[in-house]
Ligand binder design. Structure first.
Ligand SMILES: Nc1ncnc2c1ncn2[C@@H]1O[C@H](COP(=O)(O)OP(=O)(O)O)[C@@H](O)[C@H]1O
Ligand SMILES: [Mg+2]
Length: 311
């Protein structure tokens, strides 16, 4: 076994804004070639973390190394080796797709000979070849994200940071964007992606769940699902709120979560739990449709882990 090569290493990384500790003693390591997901709700500290790792913002405490360089002492070395797609990235709306790529090639000093081939490849890669003469402002949201990604890749970075690249994009474009990220991953690029969407976390090799500036857990998606205590029953009762209150109070039930018209009930033991649930609801005259055992999904794992922490 060869030693893992850590491309991103953070220790005790901390950043405060007045009273808010946006990032609070973050420890993190990402190996070369991973797709690493930073998952958390708004305000969790994802953007602040990424800015510090990209050497755009200094930490108040702690340190980080990216591609082997210290973010505070060697920011220029890092900037040459990484790509950063900000949450509010800016393309030039008046420039065409092609002109935007040329512009970024200039900024990153990509030579004349190299750039023609590279731009053609990136256009194909981002599925934008036939739109190369369209102004960026006239592209759909999903296409703008792909163009921003292509611009981020113009200098062939070894690590790319993407801050919520699919937020606000329709589901089909989101999937396509992730297909493109997967292709990059297969080429060996290290990807560090933040997202508020739990389903996207499933496409990462490892994820860190971030909440209030801290990493609650960092592991593979599978392991995180496995951390959720108990077994999960899913049911659709006709009186959702009554059923939820009632079940919460049962000793066999660990936790109840509401999803639309569904209840997700974590029980310690499937048979005893199911029996207790059926009896309690039956006695209260609550009718149940579709009671079944199911596998916890990412959002259930996440909510459950945060709740347990707050207890
Ligand atoms: N420049 C800033 N000035 C003051 N507070 C900030 C600043 N940037 C972020 N914060 C605060 O830090 C916390 C984390 O923000 P952020 O890193 O943007 O989280 P996320 O990207 O996960 O939504 C939030 O409470 C936010 O209000
Ligand atoms: Mg953010």
């Amino acid at each position: 076994m060869t030693e893992k090569e850590w491309v991103i290493e953070a220790e005790g990384l901390t950043r405060r804004f007045k009273k808010v500790t946006a990032v609070d003693g973050l420890d993190l390591r990402v190996a070369r070639g991973e797709i690493f997901g930073l998952l958390g709700p708004d305000g969790a500290g994802k953007t602040t973390t990424i800015r510090m790792l990209c050497a755009i913002m200094d930490p108040d405490a702690g340190a980080a190394r990216v591609a082997g360089f210290d973010t505070v002492r060697q920011p220029e070395e890092i900037k040459k080796r990484i790509g950063y797609m900000a949450q509010q990235f800016s393309l030039y709306g008046d420039l065409t797709v092609l002109e935007n790529l040329v512009f970024f090639a200039d900024i990153f000093g990509v030579g004349r000979e190299e750039r023609k081939e590279r731009i053609a490849a990136l256009l194909a890669f981002a599925r934008l070849t036939e739109f190369q003469d369209r102004r960026a402002a006239h592209l759909s949201g999903g296409m703008q994200k792909k163009l921003a990604l292509a611009c981020t890749l113009i200098h062939r970075p070894e690590v790319i940071f993407l801050d919520e690249p699919t937020t606000g994009v329709d589901p089909v474009s989101r999937r396509e964007f992730w297909d493109i990220l997967t292709e990059l991953h297969l080429e060996g690029v290290t990807l560090f992606v933040s997202t508020p969407y739990m389903d996207e976390a499933e496409r990462c090799s490892r994820i860190a769940l971030m909440f209030e500036g801290q990493v609650i857990v960092c592991d593979s998606p599978e392991h995180i699902r496995g951390l959720v205590e108990g077994k999960l029953l899913e049911l659709r009762p006709d009186r959702l709120r009554d059923a939820s209150h009632l079940l919460q109070a049962l000793p066999q039930v660990l936790e109840v979560q509401v999803y639309g018209d569904l209840l997700h009930v974590f029980v310690r033991d499937v048979d005893a739990g199911r029996a207790a649930v059926e009896t309690a609801l039956g006695q209260a005259g609550i009718r149940v449709e579709a009671l079944r055992l199911t596998r916890p999904r990412m959002e259930q794992a996440f909510i459950s882990l945060i709740r347990r922490r707050q207890k």
